[in-house]
Design a protein. Sequence first.
Length: 207
Amino acid sequence: MSTTLTSQVYWHQSQVNQQNRANLNGHRGCTIWLTGLSGSGKSTIANALDQRLYEMGTHNYVLDGDNVRHGLNKDLGFSEADRRENIRRIGEVSKLMVDAGLIVMTAFISPYQSDRQLVRQLLDEEAFIEVYVQCPLSECEKRDPKGLYRKARKGEIQQFTGISAPYEAPVNPEIVIETDKVSVAEAVEQIVTYLNNQEILRTEGKV
Ligand code: ADP
């Protein structure tokens, strides 16, 4: 019989620590957690930021719905419990990636404050950067890049955030981006400026 009690499993501290990895990479690891309604611009901003950071020579990865729900979380649906588990697993994966020294960008609606709080608590304080991708529902619905709002309005999708399921806006996010007011390029610069100010991207001296 196998034993899976976590009390009998110990975290192995690598001899290569986060500071060593930061020195090697020229930047620190962190999770940039984008949250907002469907169509608010999370994926668009995450991918544009990924490109911008890549050109600056950093080590990044974007975690988004498709690359996670098709694999790691393919057993999960969209009930409240499954949404929570989806976010919890993404949080754990991003924690490992940050430990590996990466800048992780996540693009999930992540509608519940308590779930985002749980992920925040998994990570070191300065390593969790909550970005509220704010956009009025009416504008998201007008954009409707995947046609999901149209389907939700017709009742073809159940529990759709903003229509038939709640979205809890962040209480105290590190960054707010109003995508009905700023361009994608401006949104990216807003985040890059924050990373510079927090000395996450400093490539000289202390990182
Ligand atoms: P989400 O990942 O939040 O569901 P997407 O990034 O898939 O949203 O879609 C957002 C849509 O809004 C895209 O078609 C994008 O081109 C458009 N868009 C318009 N203005 C902006 C902006 N300022 N920031 C991000 N996306 C924008």
